[in-house]
Structure formats: C-alpha cells, structure tokens
Design a protein around this ligand. Sequence first.
Ligand SMILES: [Zn+2]
Length: 417
Amino acid sequence: MTATLPHLRVNSDRMLAAFNELSHNHRLGATGDGGVNRPTFSEAHLAARKWFREQIEKAGLEFRADGAGNHSAFLACGDRDAQTLLLGSHLDSVPNGGRFDGALGVMAAFEVLRTVNDAGLRLRLNLEAIDFTDEEGTLVGLLGSAALAGHLRHEILQNPRGGRASLLEGMKSAGLSDESMLSAARLKDSLAGYLELHIEQGKRLESAGMDIGIVSAIVGIWSYRLSFIGRADHAGTTSMDNRLDASLGASAFTLAAREIVMNDFPDCVVNVGRMEFSPGAFNIVPVRVDVSLEFRSPDEEEFQQLDGTLLECAKQEALRFGLELRVESLGKHSPTLMSEKIQQAFADACDGLRLTHISLSSGAGHDAQSLADVCPVGMIFVPSVEGASHSPREFTEWEDCVNGANVLLQAALRLAE
Ligand SMILES: [Zn+2]
C-alpha cells in the first residue's frame, strides 16, 4: 500500500448532505418525525431511487441498473478483466421505519466511490456501490441480492410473502418483470466480495462503549410448530387433578425455554411468538395448544445442541402434564459466516483509524446472506442509540456514521489495492 492511502478519508460534509436529503426530504419518504416511510416501489422509494441515480451521474460515476432493479454507482479500475468489489445496502424501509437502516450503508458506499474517484486511485478491483431492491421484505425480502446471487426462482416470485398482486404492481411501476428479475444473476467469478456498513439495531456496541462491530456471522433461524395435545373437558366440573390441560405443557415449555437459553446458550435467542388454543373458550379445558417457536444462533453446532435441548424439554413438559407432543419443523436457515479475510481487513482498518472494535453476530437478516455462497462477504455495525430500530427513534451519532464510512473505505482499499 502506498503511503497516502492509509490517510485517505471520506468527505463527511458531502456524505451528510446526501444522507440528509434522504432523511428529511418528504418527497423521498421522510415522515417529518425523524423517520422514513419508503416501502419497496412505493412512490417515495421510486423517487429516492431516481434521486440516487441523479447523484451518481452528477458525481461523474457510471450508473448501472439490473433486471432486479438494483441500482449502482460503478467505478471501473481500468483493467477489463478485473473483478468487482461490491459495497452497499438498501434504500427501501419498513413502513414508518428509521432513516439510518439501509440508507446509511448506501450513502457510505457511494461516498467511498467518490472519495476513491476524487483521489484518482488506480485499484486492482472495480468498485460498485449498490442499492439492493427490497431488502426489508415488503414484497419478497432480500429480493435484489437473491436475484444478483442467482438464488431467485420462479416459485418464489409466484408466491411472495407480500402477495403476488403487490409484486406485480411494484415490478410494473419500476419497469421490471419476472423475466428481468430472473435474468439479474451475475457470474460468480465477477465478484471479489461484498462489504456492508449498517447500524447495529441493538445495544451491544453502546453498552460496551465500542466504535465498530465487526460481524462474524448472521444468525440462522429455525422454526417449529409444537402441538401440545390433551383432552377437552368441562372447566367447571372437572377436578384440577383430573385434567389433561394442553395450556400447561405449552406454558411450562415457554418458561423453561427461556431459562435454557439464558443459562446455557448466551449467544442464542428463543421466541414463542404465538399460541393457539383449541377449542379456545372460557369454559373448556384446552385440548390442544399450537406453539409457534423460533430460535436463532450464529453457530451451526450450537444450533444442533439447542435444537435437541428444546425439543427434549418440550417432550418432558408434555409428559409432566400427561399430554401428547407433535413436532412440525417449519424451516431451518443456517447461520451465514462472514469471510475471515474481510473481517481482518475491517479490523486492520479500525486499528489504522484508532477506532475500538469488537466481533459480534447479527441477529437480523441482511443482503450479505444472499451473497455468501457467491463471494466472500463482510459487515460492520455502528452503534444504535438505545438500540432502537425499525422506528423513527432510530438514531446513530453522525461521528459514528463517518467512522463506519472510513472503515468501509479503508477496508475496501486493503482488499482492492
Ligand atoms: Zn437494513
């Protein structure tokens, strides 16, 4: 690395001006209370995308768009066979979300390209600052990144979580189609890696007093429907010791699951998000309770252990109350590991900038998950004040945002030099 590169910094004022436009311009989705409302392909989202395109062109960078509606600023390195280092995030938001989630990462990536361009650096890799389509899942979730990675399939587009009608309408308003979506896959060898700056959306950095979180893994999610089955009886005439009450197994399991995770699996979380009682009446002992169970872990081995422990616990609680237990698996999404090399580049960048850093896992999903089997991926987090996210209360100090952008820049230079 040449002597000047470690001293290169993003232009904080320029990045702030762009970020403020996205945060406070009503036409681009600002809600006036500090938040933004920019669901995928809403009027505000389309306006924000158009605005981003104009910024790219004004900055003298090449604008690129693909069939999935991903928008990019592109900075060619001059070597026609060079791979591309992707930097980015997403401009869409959840309904009435915060102004930092996604938008910060896109603006930081864009600022990194402008900084490199201004400095006239000749790198080994092309740089691309990308705004991924529908990260938040208004329509599908991780849509643009899945399309780019070649994971999108016809069936997913036919049965999206936001409904087929919304997807069709959204694609039409953005000039896209099923065919264009499916054509957005990139050649695997064309990408050198993917780096993303994001807000933490939790309190760990704030509590630890750290500047930067280097993500080691994005947690996986396993989900089950557990059915505790007993016997329906008259709730007034059946004595307490003669009931096969399905609610007791379900409740005892929920409490025990919390204890298990808190005591033995500190990196994991468990959630019972729903209990459905049958028949569901004041005066009938419940014959059946269906429990929606989800747990998350950053580590595959830990997953297996937690899985075994939770299911054994459910079995024991069912037995204790004389119930039958039925177990239905509803999905096993593995953790996504971040590249060691990129984590090291981030750590070196932090050290060079004299910023404190810790390694942590991400409890939320991100586009890096889509790309992990296509190229090395890495993410950094900056502190979220009070951990607030997906809310207008979402806030990160501007200094932390700039620190994150500089780490992104320095890590990109380390990888692309
Ligand atoms: Zn996000």
